[in-house]
Design a binder for this molecule. Structure first.
Ligand SMILES: [Mn+2]
Length: 286
């Protein structure tokens, strides 16, 4: 039997048991409310497969996945077509991980999945602050009559987080009413992440959740997504922001959402997502 191993696929370097791990990676293959181009349900599997093209070492952060204990929990089993049940399953998984004293990095799926994981983080850490990197405001009260929608995820988070707790960057698309609403209730930087570093100084000592919608990147860098939005940031800009996240002393969890492999025939967008997942694991890991 010597060199025979079980056929288990994990993200590269994430091969610790749940008990050993301080950080849990899991996928949420849900794209049930996607309004334009579905396919994000396939993201985590594509990211796992393509992660073997990555090194475990990051020269940006000078850290190595080999030195942190990460459990890859696979993808959640979800009943497609029942959005509320899906939201419950994500909430319970996220809550259990946090209650076991671990952090998590969740990979979507469409952005709605973040509502449940952020809510779980808020219940554990009532002083939670949210960093939201995205092309889209996601501040609609309803979308096509649905309150539970990827287009309203941050607005839903505001219902429990309240004013002054949400920090949005890179935003370049939304209704006029959403931008107006944001002026009263969130911090919102349009188009870029120029103020990211100074905001990280302000948030250095409070519990923080970070949600990264990869469509914040320019479609030239990241075309493989459901709702591409021209005029986005470069990958260098995103790496710079991740560098500034190192100032945060209490990141409790994070997510990376909206890779859609069916719109990524070259594999370039999946490579971008893989590298972002590695950098975020290294940011969360200790
Ligand atoms: Mn978006």
């Amino acid at each position: 039997m010597g060199n025979k191993k079980m056929n288990i696929s994990t993200f590269i370097g994430c091969d610790k048991s749940y008990e050993e791990a301080s950080l849990v990676l899991f996928g949420v293959p849900f794209d049930g409310t996607t309004s334009f181009r579905p396919g994000t349900r396939f993201a985590m599997q594509a990211i796992r497969t393509d992660s073997y093209g990555l090194e475990t070492y990051s020269p940006y952060l000078d850290r190595d996945l080999e030195n942190i204990a990460v459990f890859d929990g696979g993808d959640l089993d979800l009943p497609f077509g029942n959005t509320e049940k899906v939201m419950d399953i994500i909430f319970e998984y996220s809550r259990d991980v946090l209650n076991d004293g671990k952090k998590f990095l969740m990979v979507g799926g469409e952005h709605l999945v973040s509502l449940s994981s952020i809510k779980a983080a808020y219940e554990k850490y009532p002083d939670l602050h949210l960093i939201h990197i995205d092309a889209h405001t996601d501040l609609r009260e309803h979308y096509l009559g649905e309150k539970l929608s990827h287009a309203s995820v941050i607005r839903n988070c505001h219902e429990f987080l309240g004013d002054g707790r949400i920090f949005q960057f890179g935003i370049r698309s939304g209704l006029k009413e959403e931008f107006e609403w944001a002026k009263e209730h969130t911090y919102l930087e349009k188009f870029s992440l120029d103020t990211f570093a100074e905001k990280m100084d302000e948030l250095a000592d409070v519990p923080v959740y970070i949600t990264i919608d990869l469509d914040v990147l320019d479609p030239g860098v990241f075309p493989g997504t459901g709702t591409p939005e021209p005029g986005g940031i470069s990958y260098r800009d995103l790496l710079g922001a991740i560098g500034h996240m190192q100032k945060l002393n209490q990141i409790v969890a994070a997510d990376v959402v909206e890779l859609s492999p069916p719109y990524d025939p070259s594999g370039a967008s999946t490579a971008v997502a893989c590298k972002t997942v590695r950098e975020m694991l290294l940011t969360l890991g200790e």
